[in-house]
Design a protein around this ligand. Structure first.
Ligand code: DGJ
Length: 720
């Protein structure tokens, strides 16, 4: 994120601030009674004048009421009890083992890139703070808090949370939960009085984390209904909450979840909280689009066409026989794969998942000539080579763990509970960091590695820096970022995927320095429809790994139609997770066609706007990608189950220019599949040309499909 520069352009004290960008307005009243407050975040206020904004800010001040404080506490950018705020405070700190009252007063407001820095201080408490408030290119509101210990002894930070006011009438909450193989399952509830709190204590966001905490008008969907949501751009422990106070304030807040002792500031030291990002929209698609445009605008965003990737995991698991992998590479190149990724199992002692993590040298017993014969073969076939690593992890059964047990994160003498027979290295230990950095750099020097699949297969539990030590989760997370940054600095063309038992580390902290996520270990297209839809609320589709599955899904044992699996993977970074050496000529040809289609559509996927169609009858799922200039769009109509209506009712294909004409054609299955006893639909026979408005508001009859099949439709603008 590039919102970090600031100038010394100090605004007139107490002047109202109106930030406008990307269709968003943020109005800040530095002189609000309880401290600087955001009095509006959302739709751009295009007609406002300084005078109306002043009155708007005045009109946001709550009344005094019976039974309350003489000055009703108002939500500010740093609400604390000493300012009359009785809800969740933004900042909690300890000095000498007891909590410190914080009553911040404004020091100044200065312009920074895309926004302002609000500096406040409490001289008595010896704490000062900066709240950076900025709007990015896509209209996303960024807030970042920095706390400074201006006292004379240590200060322990317990929390530093950024608050985002939301419209009072938005009374429904949406967030996600999940587990391994089913990340980002949506859940909704009423946003009633009290606090809805979601915390991650896994040392990574976790499969159960909510990527987005959103509140909207009841019944809000993807196409309509005002909704606001926040995301914490951080890969360690974090918390987000939605709170509705009886004093008439509703807000979202988020930050790092610190344990006591993790952030102890010596005099003069600072704590920088992770950025918290807020987006809004008339419907979730608009909210998501802001995140996507903002992310795509970063200089480091991956811009070259996303190479079609094969990952060897489900094809061979730990069976690293060179001959088998060479044949897999041949079969991959034949169907048009562009990147071959060697997954887990190549390094010293790694014959299964019980041993070897930490020993990042090629296993000489399995690979007597190193990885060279495979890498050379892959590259001779015209593909890039990628390699799996899990640099933060160690198996107790490894040379590294035997040599350096003191590098393993733990808070007690004994090791933390084991997970997948592995423990976590303390990357904040300088020697551990140097060792791992040296090994990774050596691999990158020896082999032409274009891509690292960076895995992370366990939660951090009791993750101290040694017996009796405080948690090192924060320090480890910062060290992880430093390590990735170092590799990227030394190898600017290296791409990195963030994988964590599938999609357990999906956040914009890691995605600011990596190139994609592994969205889930579940390759079942029916499951992926939900997972991908809700992951894309924040993550741009081209950064989401979406792979074609083998015909019987390994994680669900469902038998899956090839076309359905491919169609569901089209709106992402396309790849294959299948032993292609077992595929017959007919399926090979079909895979090659799907890969060619994914290659044709990838510019659209990388720049287009995601559209999820609301109100579709149960059993059907419709989603699309509309080109940024609305000259074309592609929709995937998936039959997830049977429908109650037979044939089903009409469905809409929205997102196009209302007055322009668009011609539709069926991309897959070629010509449209017809089941027994079904006639073809009128539009399957020839050209169907409708206006964008007709496509979007009236629609067409979808074909009756077998459950778990999909039709891919392309709409192209007709140039008169
Ligand atoms: C978990 C990942 O999500 C899988 O794709 C695979 O890389 C395995 N780890 C390897 O151990």
């Amino acid at each position: 994120m590039t919102l970090a520069t600031s100038s010394d352009d100090t605004l007139t004290a107490l002047e109202l601030v109106h930030l406008r960008r990307g269709g968003t307005s943020v109005v800040i009243d530095p002189a609000a009674p309880s401290g600087p407050a955001i009095v509006h975040w959302g739709r751009e206020l295009t007609a406002s004048t300084p005078a109306t904004l002043r009155r708007l800010a005045d009109a946001a001040v709550p009344q005094r009421v019976s039974g309350g404080l003489d000055e009703t506490g108002m939500l500010s950018v740093l609400p604390t009890p000493a300012r009359g705020w009785l809800g969740t405070p933004a900042v909690e700190v300890l000095r000498d083992g007891h909590s410190v009252s914080l009553k911040f007063t404004l020091v100044d407001v200065t312009r920074s890139a895309g926004g302002v820095d609000i500096d406040v201080a409490d001289a008595d408490a010896g704490v000062s703070a900066r709240v950076r408030v900025a709007i990015g290119e896509g209209g996303v509101l960024h807030q970042q808090l920095t706390l400074r210990n201006s006292g004379v002894d240590d200060l322990t930070v317990l929390s530093a949370t950024a608050s985002f006011p939301v419209p009072w009438e938005q009374t429904e909450i949406l967030d996600t939960t999940g587990r391994h193989l089913r990340e980002r399952s949506p859940q909704r509830r009423a946003f009633t009085f009290g606090t809805h709190l979601r915390e991650s204590r896994r040392g990574r966001p976790g499969a159960d984390a909510t990527l987005l905490l959103a509140v909207g008008r009841p019944g809000f969907g993807f196409e309509s209904g005002m909704v606001h949501g926040i995301h914490v751009a951080w890969s360690g422990n974090h918390r987000v909450l939605a709170e509705r106070a009886v004093t008439g304030e509703a807000f979202l807040a988020g930050g790092e979840l610190l344990s006591a002792g993790e952030a102890v500031l010596s005099p003069g030291d600072s704590y920088a909280a992770p950025p918290v990002l807020g987006s809004w929209g008339e419907g979730l698609d608009e909210l998501a689009h802001r995140f996507h445009s903002e992310w795509r605008a970063r200089p480091q965003h991956p811009r070259r066409p996303r190479p079609v990737t094969i990952n060897t995991w489900e094809a061979v698991y730990f069976d690293h026989s060179l001959d088998r992998l060479l044949r897999l590479a041949d079969a991959s190149a034949r169907v048009g794969v562009e990147r071959f990724v060697l997954d887990d199992g190549w390094f010293h002692g790694r014959r299964d998942d019980t041993a070897g993590l930490g020993d990042w040298v090629v296993d000489a017993a399995v690979w007597p000539d190193g990885l060279h014969p495979l890498v050379d073969h892959v590259r001779a076939l015209g593909m890039e080579f990628g390699l799996w690593v899990e640099p933060e992890m160690v198996n107790p059964d490894s040379d590294l763990a035997r040599a350096h047990p003191e590098w393993i994160l733990r808070s007690r003498t004994e090791l933390p509970p084991s997970a997948r027979q592995q423990q976590v290295l303390d990357l904040s230990h300088p020697d551990a960091f140097d060792h791992i950095a040296t090994r990774l750099l050596a691999l990158l020097a020896e082999y032409p590695i274009a891509y690292l699949k960076w895995d992370h297969n366990r939660d951090l539990v009791d993750a101290g820096g040694g017996p009796g030590s405080a948690s090192h989760v924060r320090a480890h997370t910062l060290a992880l970022y430093r390590l990735i940054d170092l590799l990227k600095e030394r190898h600017p063309d290296l791409e990195i995927e963030s994988c964590a038992s599938g999609g357990a580390r999906v956040d914009l902290g890691i995605l600011d320095r990596t190139d994609r996520i592994w969205t889930s270990d579940c390759l079942d297209p029916t499951e992926r429809l939900t997972n991908q839809r809700y992951t894309a609320l924040v993550v741009p589709p081209e950064m989401m790994g979406m792979h074609l599955t083998s015909p019987v899904v390994h994680s669900t044992h469902r038998a899956v139609d090839l076309g359905f699996s491919a169609a569901v993977a089209l709106f992402g970074h396309f790849g294959v997770e299948w032993d292609l050496t077992t595929v017959d000529d007919v399926d090979s040809a079909a895979i090659a066609e799907w890969i060619a289609l994914a290659q044709r559509l990838r510019p659209l996927v990388a720049t287009g706007r995601v559209v999820n169609v609301d109100g579709v009858e149960p059993g059907i799922d419709v989603r699309g990608m509309v080109a940024h200039d609305q000259a074309s769009a592609v929709f995937v109509v998936s039959q997830t189950d049977t429908t109650a209506a037979y044939p089903p009712g009409r469905l809409r294909l929205p997102g196009l220019r209302p007055d322009d004409l668009y011609r539709m054609r069926i991309l897959a299955p070629a010509g449209g599949d017809i089941g027994p006893g079904q006639s073809r639909l009128g539009w399957m026979e020839g050209e169907t040309i409708l206006t964008g408005q007709e496509w979007g508001t009236v629609g067409i009859r979808p074909p009756v499909q077998f459950p778990q099949h999909a039709t891919v439709l392309e709409l192209t603008r007709v140039v008169p």
